[in-house]
Design a protein around this ligand. Sequence first.
Ligand code: GLA
Length: 621
Amino acid sequence: MKRFLALLALAASFNVHAQKFDGLAASPQMGWNSWNTFACNINEQLIRDTADSMVKLGLKDAGYEYVNIDDCWHGKRDKDGVIHPDAERFPSGMKALADYVHSKGLKLGIYSDVGATTCGGRPGSRGHEYQDAITYASWGIDYVKYDWCDSKGLNAVGAYTTMRDAIRSAGRPMLFSMCEWGDNKPWEWATDVGHSWRTTGDIYPCWDCEFSHGSWSSLGVLRILDKQAGLRKFAGPGHWNDMDMLEVGMGMTEDEDRAHFAIWAMMASPLILGNDLRSMPESTRRILSNKDVIAINQDKAGIQAWKFMDAGQLEYWAKPLANNEWAVMVLNRGEQAANVNYDWKAHQLSDDLSKREADFKQMVYDWRDIWGGKSGDTGKKLEAKVAPHSALLLRLKPQAVDGAACGTTPAPRKLSYPWMSREQWQQMFEEDVAVAEKGGVDLLFVGDSITQGWNREVWDRSFGGWRTANFGIGGDHTGNVLWRLQNGHAEKLHPKLVVLTVGVNNLGFCNATPKQAFDGVKAVVAQLRKLYPDGRILLNAVLPFGQFSNSPTRLQVVELNRLVATLGDGKQVIFHDYCSSFLQPNGEMSPEVMGDFLHPTAKGYQIWADAMLSDIRKLME
Ligand code: GLA
């Protein structure tokens, strides 16, 4: 038994060591690093002053958190192998420096290397990994950048995993920033090793140059960008592609600086400043503390951008953001100004990786030009002039459908949609009023777009045997449905059965959470109960429902259905989830069935109608 317990303890301790600290880089880390400006010319005063500047200049408030000491802080190892800082440059010691930085509400980072010597020729961690991690932890270090110089003969996976385990066992959460330059494709193996990994060699403050150092060269902004092809699928919360530290404020033009910052934001790269914060011009400070750009980088969906179109010297990039928002960047790589004349409606943004889509024919987005301050919407073409070596950066937000009326507040439709105008809506509503006035309906369909049955033949064929009316109108959300039930003379109808399908537009258009959408459904059910106390309601699942079992839309719909099911009482309100009828054996919805997010295809409508038919028959008896 004892032996078993010992084994168990051993297994548990391995388990603890075999991971990195969680939650340290839920969004890409932000901070400053000494290397780009100061190289080996660093000391504790610089670090203190930089921390002060970070607070004073509003950079801390903008999200910058780590103050990172790069190479050359080292003194010697003592007779026990313990590393000490350079006593002349860091006379107060690292613990005191960490205490100071912490007192400012910031965190302290340090640098080491897999080899026996760092790139600057100082003592590296080889053979001292656990000892160094314990030393850093005892100083109160929060971040370890770990370089790849002097690594001949070392296995990268082993070397970085050893340091990760050393950090973990030292017990202090320290973000592990791997600086392996992409030599061994860390994106393929380092998800559980580092919180970020460099994807390239060192950056150089130029737009599109390569600067030779003899045996190696450093790269300008575009050169680094071009090396990110194919890497986005490896990045996400807790494990980022690191395009190296920023060169904003290091000699490029303002346009180039802005574009460089925008690119790093779009690519969800860590934002580590590399300029001298103590003497920064206001123009640079403004770029670096632009909250809108930072918000794109830090967005909690954590999805790296992809290039969706090349147009000569212009590149179009998109980054899906949380809450159905998007960032779009138009990058002008070239030497001439370029005109943008972009028809949103002619293109649909569709991301295979995140399964996110923006269909500009179905939905209008408001956009805001983050650097230029202009605004507009995707209903009209985007017309802009983009200066050479610059980037137009837009944030897109889906237009709230009838604003605050979405949900539980009864309201008529106020807006026109690209596919159905306000006037058409009014006309359909009046047709419904006429039907209600006439009465004599036994089976009533109520709800939003899907109910309308865009493939009307399917509807007529399937339900035409009864005295049927369909009060679904495209684009309506529960607030509109409530209004129609109150203002459309619906009380004149006495249907035996109401088939209610609502929720899709609340999720897709109104951007509601499943809980908010549920509140709308609940209000509609209450209204129907009031109108038709003797009738019954077949409460329907919302459709379609996301192509894959983990599609974000699928998860939303599943959650909404879980909530909506609680409204069923098996007698007067009968809930049925028809979603599973749409699935293939592997749990996916085939594109022939799914259509877009809001509507199934004709085949999908038929599957749905067939699935409902037997329930409807029973309930109509
Ligand atoms: C390498 C790294 C740089 C910097 C220097 C320090 O070149 O890639 O980011 O840390 O070493 O010597």
